[in-house]
Ligand binder design. Structure first.
Ligand SMILES: [Zn+2]
Length: 171
């Protein structure tokens, strides 16, 4: 597999070190690293806001296995996760990336205390933007549905996931 040139890692160095992306960082592609860097650069109150990487390359199917996806949190100086969703949406729109970069939102990561994003460079231009939300499956009493001791995640429409956040989760 082609390795991402050092020039890309140098370009994003003001904000990200390869080690932040964990094991397998060498597999990450410029198609996702450069948008991530630009997003970081464009964050409001950039000096006081930050992006914390949860995971980059992982040896599994999907965007992470192709080195095209990164999971991360955005810490805004002013604003909660809902606001951060707006920041990412505006970013994708501003650079015409909506059909080229997919967006997933995960308000419940870390018991809702560390909500985050999955950003993924598409391999082909998408006819319509790929977006989704995720939540943990719960029983009628609201208790988490567990499988092998782990909360089971399910995917829902982006817009309905956003509605759940508004007034709900705070970071
Ligand atoms: Zn992910």
């Amino acid at each position: 597999m082609l390795k991402t040139s050092k020039i890309i890692w140098n370009a994003i160095a003001p904000f990200f070190t390869p080690e932040e992306f964990g094991d397998g960082w060498e597999e990450l592609r410029p198609e996702i690293l450069i948008p991530l860097f630009r997003l970081r650069l464009d964050l409001p109150d950039a000096g006081d806001s930050k992006i914390i990487i949860n995971c980059g390359y992982e040896d599994r199917s999907g965007g992470h296995g192709k080195g095209l996806a990164v999971d991360f949190r955005i810490i805004l100086k002013y604003g909660n996760f809902y606001a951060a969703c707006g920041v990412v949406e505006s970013f994708l729109k501003k650079y015409g990336l909506e059909h080229l970069v997919a967006l997933g939102i995960y308000p419940e990561w870390g018991d809702g205390k560390r909500p985050g994003f999955h950003l993924e460079a598409e391999e082909i231009r998408r006819e319509s933007p790929r977006r989704w939300g995720a939540r943990y499956k719960r029983d009628t009493d609201g208790a988490l549905f567990l499988r092998d001791g782990k909360a089971v995640q399910e995917y829902i429409a982006y817009e309905s996931c956003l509605k759940n956040i508004n007034g709900g989760y705070r970071i």
